[in-house]
Design a protein around this ligand. Structure first.
Ligand code: NAD
Length: 395
């Protein structure tokens, strides 16, 4: 197994904040302009895996927005996310990557059967892989969050799904799941960084496994939920009784605007709530809401109020405030996930990658939400990959 072969990172939502920050960061890392702060795969034991180098990670993607990457990066620089010296040094590179960003699928503008749209999306990825001579491509969904999808029987069987996809005018899959289907058609591994339905339909699981492709997700764990999965196990371990855990999120940017729609926000709220319910038990009151505050731009503030009970019923509370530049937290994880998922594909793994739970609010293929346990799972998984690699390399 040789992992450091030219490898593709195909971003669905390639011109959004997270994607633009990831691409700008990748170009800056290649040029030695920044430290890999926040990149987990730059630390032991991941450095033993022979993961794809920044130089060999080639980016393309789909988006439905037309604003080119260098213009998006200018906006992010103005909001304090990207240093101006990095913007200046990477602008030409961003324009180069933007040339590999193709039109995404939008149900409102697509006429005809969804099968044709999926084939077109898959052909874009295949052309990108061939043009750059890539060993494999990892598709990462960082597009706008979609609401949960109503269940239909065609989501449960690949044969039935294929028939429904060929019916003209029928949209059996939401855009995120069509993107996941196209990724699998193109023979790519897939990662969902969003809480959208994406690959989480049984028919798509069937396709991934029958195609020998690994996938991971869902919904990057970058701020408030990361803290919750560190702190909640502490209360449990010390036998303290959490009575309620209320959360308020204030955010702006594209994600804030999208989540101002209560329908779109449903998926995000459910994804955040599932982790806490699993950590503390369903009986804890845990109201959570998200407000769009455009003034905050790329900054996100989460305020949590935890009410808990100790010995003799003593009532106490913990309050925490987290203010993060969301895309700066997310972007290095997107690069880490591309590297690790590519290594899993190269190692012949297929189906859900539960060991990647460390990265996600709502892990696919694992029920483990406790951050310390997730860290151990990921490290052990990496050690297994490294020892398999060492065995294969031994003459
Ligand atoms: N810390 C974080 O930033 C974080 C953490 C977890 C999850 N996420 C998720 O990552 C996603 C991206 O966040 P963002 O802040 O970059 O949002 P954003 O609004 O800036 O970017 C989303 C991009 O997706 C594009 N898009 C929408 N529909 C599409 C489609 N059908 N095909 C292709 N592209 C499409 C939009 O045009 C836009 O460019 C969101 O779903 C967000 O919930 C972000």
């Amino acid at each position: 197994m040789v992992s450091n072969e030219p490898t593709g990172l195909w971003l669905v939502g390639a011109r959004g904040s997270v994607a633009t920050t990831a691409v700008t960061g990748l170009l800056a890392l290649r040029a030695g302009l920044i430290e890999p702060t926040g990149c987990v795969t730059e630390r032991a034991p991941f450095t033993e895996l022979g993961l794809v180098s920044w130089e060999n990670l080639v980016v393309g993607g789909h988006d439905i927005a037309g604003t080119p990457l260098d213009k998006r990066a200018e906006g992010l620089a103005d909001s304090g996310l990207i240093p101006h010296r990095v913007l200046t040094a990477t602008a030409a590179g961003l324009r180069g990557v933007d040339a590999s960003v193709k039109d995404g699928y939008h149900p409102a503008t697509h006429a005809g059967a969804q099968a044709a749209a999926a084939e077109r999306l898959a052909a874009d990825i295949t052309e990108f892989r061939d043009r750059h001579g890539l060993a494999r491509v990892v598709v990462v969904n960082v597009s706008s969050t979609e609401p949960p999808v109503p269940h239909v029987p065609e989501h449960d069987s690949l044969d039935a799904l294929r028939i429904a996809l060929s019916e003209p005018g029928r949209a059996v899959l939401p855009p995120s799941s069509l993107a996941a289907y196209a990724a699998l058609l193109a023979g790519c591994s897939y990662v969902d960084f969003t809480p959208s339905p994406g690959i989480r339909l049984p028919a798509l699981h069937e396709l991934a496994v029958s195609s020998g492709l690994p996938y991971g997700g869902a919904d990057g764990k970058t701020g408030e939920t990361l803290l919750r999965t560190v702190l909640a196990p502490m209360f449990t371990a010390r036998a303290l009784r959490v009575r309620s855990w209320a959360g308020t999120n204030l955010l702006g940017g594209g994600d804030g605007a999208n989540l101002a729609d209560p329908v779109a926000a449903r998926g995000k709220l459910e994804s955040k709530a599932r982790g806490l319910a699993s950590l503390l038990g369903g009986e804890v009151t845990a109201p959570l809401h998200i407000d769009n505050v455009p003034d905050l731009g790329e900054q996100k503030t989460a305020w949590d109020h935890v009410s808990f009970e100790g010995f003799l019923g003593a009532r106490m509370s913990l309050q925490l405030t987290w203010t993060g530049l969301d895309s700066a937290l997310a972007a290095p994880l997107v690069l880490d996930l591309a590297r690790l998922t590519s290594a899993a594909h190269a190692a012949g793994l297929s189906g859900p990658l539960g060991a990647l739970a460390f990265f996600f609010k709502d892990p696919i293929g694992s029920d483990e939400h406790r951050f310390a346990e997730q860290t151990t799972m990921l490290t052990e998984w990496a050690a297994t990959l490294a020892s398999d690699r060492a065995r294969e390399d031994t003459p």
